[in-house]
Design a protein around this ligand. Structure first.
Ligand code: NI
Length: 175
């Protein structure tokens, strides 16, 4: 089977609520920073600045993107939880990925950020019940209502999706 290099673990597929899925997805949120840190271990500057696929982001951009994306996600979760069906703010991830901080700041800064952010995010959600997961926000770009259960699965997937980009390049290059 031919795997689309953009989707090494396939697209996000949501699941109905279950304790098992919840445990798994929460652990994905909790341990993503460790996973990202491991995925770039022993790579040099040149390797970090290699696109994970032709025309794709470099590993360096992918890691900074995870910090950008998950900061937005954290805010969306908090808004949905504390307001009645808020409309969230989309952002242009392609534009964010080429800003000056992404260009110049070393990856350990975004890894540290991810450690702190995911700790806050995990402890915010870890005891949610079904009512909590049922909080919704409106995503104006996708013109879609999303509840926090769907969003939890989405960001569990999103972290693994980008780590798989890094891992697939390492495998391909034998790094
Ligand atoms: Ni992404």
């Amino acid at each position: 089977m031919l795997i689309d290099p953009r989707y090494p673990i396939g697209p996000y597929v949501t699941e109905g609520y279950s304790e098992d899925a919840k445990e798994k997805w929460l652990l994905d949120i909790r341990f993503l920073p460790e996973l990202v840190e491991q995925s770039i271990q022993n790579l040099d500057a040149e390797q970090l600045h290699t696109p994970y696929r032709e025309g794709g982001w470099t590993i360096h951009q992918v890691v900074h993107h995870l910090a950008d994306s998950h900061m937005n996600a954290y805010i969306r979760f908090k808004l949905a939880y504390t307001e009645d069906h808020p409309t969230i703010k989309p952002y242009y991830e392609e534009r964010w990925a080429v800003l000056q901080d992404v260009e110049t700041v070393p990856l350990n800064v975004s890894i540290t950020l991810l450690h702190a952010l995911h700790q806050r995010w995990f402890f915010f959600m870890k005891d949610f019940d079904w009512d909590d997961w049922s909080n919704t926000f409106y995503h104006p770009e996708q013109q879609k209502d999303m509840n926090l259960w769907y969003a939890l699965g989405l960001y569990s997937w999103h972290g693994r999706h980008h780590v798989a980009h890094i891992q697939s390049l390492r495998e391909k290059m034998n790094w």
